[in-house]
Design a protein around this ligand. Structure first.
Ligand code: SF4
Length: 327
């Protein structure tokens, strides 16, 4: 394998080191995937294109997120049943159909992992994805979460999907809160929409990171005035948690440790320069089979099932919604 500097000292557009939950998730899943995603993708358009591939479950999550974001930003008042249904139908028959057609035609705007790697998409798979989007959006409109945010009033909404950052031990931490608002009791409620059914591996740290940002922004006088809510829309299920100073301290320590481990693999931590050979591949065919960079790591098995991986269809991934945040 040839050595290659992802973010070279010669590159004037070098991206500084930053931390996000999705970056941590990527680092933990495979070092090589991390190198491709956060270093090589900044320099190589083809690797950047592969990074942006969207697998079916991720696609469902993004459609739900974008639809909710647009609704909240443009409306912010309770819709009638007919209006809500029109939003759901537009997401499926408008956005999803346009995405699918673009992906099939090899568009740069939107490309599904399944089309890139010629993975058969059965009618049943499409039905599942469309079902998740419709169920999640319908449940969103009926949710106690939306009702509470609307009851609080738009002038008490603090953020909707804004990309923000703060520092932990000199490292920029990027995050994007789905929704935060101040309730009538003065507490700050931070909401994260999920289309998966179960707890993601890093949900807790993600929510604690949001709370840390809220505290740093001075939105509250004490962490106890923050409440986090994971809204599993496809189920539906709503998991609310209170926050305290200990949880914020733990989040801060977690971020600092994770960032330290990432930096330890850099050729030049100050300049944020990485080398491919310092970021090994993993030996987990099941994971590689579903990886956006499979064609780089296994060019000869590009459109095939990798040795050791189960056949397609036998390994439909659980629907999770992890979005890239920051760089
Ligand atoms: S294909 Fe496998 S080894 Fe290569 S980047 Fe992806 S997960 Fe890592």
């Amino acid at each position: 394998m040839e050595a290659s500097a992802g973010t070279s000292p010669q590159n004037p557009d070098r991206v500084g080191f930053s931390w996000s939950v999705s970056r941590h998730d990527c680092f933990e899943s495979c070092r090589r995937r991390y190198f491709y995603s956060y270093y090589a993708a900044n320099e190589d358009p083809e690797i950047h294109r592969l990074k942006k591939l969207s697998a079916l479950p991720l696609w469902a999550g993004n459609v739900v997120h974008e639809t909710i974001e647009t609704f909240l930003k443009e409306r912010g008042v309770a819709p009638s049943d007919a209006e809500a249904e029109a939003v759901v139908k537009a997401a499926v028959h408008g956005q999803m159909l346009a995405d699918w057609r673009d992906s099939e035609s090899g568009s740069l705007r939107f490309r599904l992992f399944e089309h890139e790697y010629q993975t058969p998409v059965e009618a049943e798979d499409k039905k599942i994805v469309v079902g998740i989007v419709m169920r999640s959006l319908r449940n969103f409109f009926r949710s106690p979460t939306l009702a509470a945010a609307l009851a609080a009033g738009r002038d008490r909404w603090l953020t909707i999907e804004d990309l923000v950052s703060f520092e932990v031990d000199g490292v920029a931490v990027f995050l994007r809160m789905d929704l935060a608002y101040r309730d009538p009791d003065g507490r700050v409620v931070i909401v994260d929409w999920k289309t998966g059914r179960g707890e993601g591996r890093f949900n807790e740290i993600q929510m604690a990171g949001y709370a840390l940002y809220a505290a740093r922004q001075g939105w509250v006088a004490s962490p106890e005035e923050i409440r986090t809510e994971l809204a599993y829309l496809a189920v539906p299920r709503y998991v609310r948690r209170d926050v305290d100073a200990k949880r914020l301290d733990q989040a801060q320590a977690f971020i600092a440790k994770s960032a330290g481990r990432m930096k330890a693999l850099l050729l030049d931590p100050l300049a944020n320069v990485a080398r491919l050979e310092d970021f090994p591949m993993i030996d987990r065919p099941r994971v590689c089979q579903r990886c956006n960079f499979r064609g780089l790591c296994f060019p000869r098995a590009r459109a095939e099932v990798l040795p050791g991986a189960p056949p397609e269809g036998a390994q439909r991934p659980a629907v999770t919604m992890t979005r890239e945040v920051g760089s």
